[in-house]
Design a protein around this ligand. Structure first.
Ligand code: FAD
Length: 437
């Protein structure tokens, strides 16, 4: 039997592919709800994803898999997003007009950077700061990337590894499909906006329905998924995991695929994970008594004075996310498990509401019908400057257990998106199927 720890997209994709090939699978999920980071929260007639969640990929196999799971339940949406910068909204990716709306001194300084860029040696680009200055110049670094990163990760740009630029910022904010990996690229993109890259796939039943459909298929194929089952113990002998246990129950296993946070695996196996941390998110989920005031599916807020870093509007992904004439707002507040925001999340309410009024997402506090909170402890791997060495050491320690595979975003401490989780899951499942006697 193959044991899969974690019922997020990675774990469920592996379980589905193995079950389809006739292999016995058991999925253990710690929470009472499946889906991991790609779940949706439902409150009466309101539904919220964890921030904006959409499928986009150029990988035809991944695309075929998404279509196989969703069938008629998928739809194509046009991306409409923005960046809030110095009290104005700029559509993102940039439109040509945006260049003319930027403050003139800033535009001139950024333009000067084009001529002074390109003289720094690549070998010095270990930190996020060095990488961004080289790619986009010091002006954009100072006015946007520096503060956004500090706010997002909670550490300075000098302490952040350049992986964050390539994996985090470019993927999340800049959008890898538009791929303007330089200042000139950004300007080119603004003048000649890419048309085809701005579409994405979204499930008709909201993002959480993808994992729910997958789970149904797994169970139909004879696979088992147990929720509220956090893996607590593994019995290892002769370099292999032999049995695993949760509370009073134990199962003999041939293989274990771990997709839950790597740090939890380390503490289970008493391997030090010092220096590896995840950034948490505090979600404020608001039910609003009117339709969305702004036309953006999501918007980034880099200004350190604004408490949230991104807001998404579920109605603009799916009209059924709220009852007619109403809407939802999903606010992401980055924090650290155990810090002030994490512990006193309800106490932030007044600050959150006044920031929402300030940025024009509501006009008054009386528009809020209801407010829900969710805390996501391991949302983003934090790429400290020395993380590659620490991660390599942990992987080396874990590689001594021959029948253990680590996978997925949280499991491999890699900033994977869902398409990459599916790709990774398909590779792992193919290897297991190939090695079947
Ligand atoms: C705010 C935000 C927005 C995002 N937007 C996008 C997007 O637009 N497009 C995109 O492609 N990707 C997006 N992503 C990334 C995407 O959500 C992830 O890549 C994907 O969901 C990760 O899936 P996973 O299965 O690897 O990990 P996870 O979803 O983290 O699943 C791990 C599972 O393990 C469970 N678990 C933990 N500990 C234990 C234990 N001890 N025993 C058993 N189970 C345990 C957890 O509860 C969880 O269900 C976004 C992520 C975030 C945080």
């Amino acid at each position: 039997m193959v044991l899969i720890v974690g019922a997020g997209i990675t774990g469920l994709t592996i379980a589905y592919l193995l079950a389809k090939a006739g292999i016995k699978v058991l999925v253990l999920e710690k929470e009472k709800q499946i889906g991991g980071l790609a779940k949706s929260f439902r409150y009466g007639n309101f539904t919220f994803d964890i921030g904006p969640h959409r499928f986009y990929t150029h990988n035809q196999r991944v695309l075929a898999f998404i279509q196989e799971i969703l069938g008629e339940e998928g739809k194509i949406l046009e991306r409409q997003t923005a960046v809030y910068f110095r009290s104005r909204y700029y559509s993102w990716p940039l439109h040509p007009q945006a260049l003319f709306k930027l403050p003139l001194p800033l535009t001139l300084r950024a333009a000067r950077d084009i001529f002074t860029q390109g003289f720094r040696s690549k070998s010095r680009e270990r930190s996020f700061k060095d990488y961004i200055i080289r790619q986009y110049g010091p002006t954009l670094y100072e006015v946007f990337f520096r503060d956004y990163t500090q706010k997002f990760l909670g550490i300075s740009s000098e302490e952040t590894h350049s992986t964050w630029a390539q994996m985090g910022i470019i993927k999340a904010v800049i959008d890898e499909k538009a791929a303007p990996r330089s200042l000139i690229g950004l300007i080119r993109m603004a003048l000649f906006p890419p048309a085809a890259s701005l579409k994405f796939i979204y499930p008709k039943g909201m993002m959480g329905s993808f994992c729910e459909i997958l789970a149904e298929k797994i169970e139909k194929l004879g696979g088992k998924i147990l929720v509220s089952y956090p893996l607590e113990k593994m019995k290892i002998s002769e370099g292999e995991i032999k049995t695993i246990s949760v509370q009073e129950e134990s199962w003999p296993v041939e293989r274990v695929i771990w997709t839950a946070p790597l740090t939890s695996l380390c503490s289970l196996l008493r391997v030090s994970s010092r220096g590896l941390e995840y950034r948490a998110i505090l979600l404020y989920l608001l039910e609003i008594n009117h339709p969305p005031l702004l036309p953006y599916q999501w918007c980034y807020y880099g200004d350190p004075k604004i408490i949230f870093s991104r807001v998404s509007q579920p109605n603009l992904f799916n009209k059924l996310a709220a009852p007619p004439g109403r809407s939802g707002l999903c606010l992401e507040i980055l924090c650290q498990k155990g810090d002030d925001y994490w512990e006193n999340y309800q106490g932030l309410k007044n600050r959150v509401l006044s920031d929402l009024i300030r940025v024009g997402l509501i006009e008054g506090k009386e528009e809020i019908i209801n407010l829900h909170y969710q805390r996501i402890p391991e949302a983003y791997p934090i790429y400290h400057i020395d993380y590659p060495q620490r991660l390599a050491r942990i992987k080396k320690d874990l590689s001594r257990i021959r029948n253990l595979v680590i996978a997925g975003r949280s499991g491999s401490f890699w900033y994977n998106n869902m398409d990459e989780c599916i790709e990774m899951a398909s590779e792992i499942a193919s290897q297991i199927i190939r090695s079947k006697p």
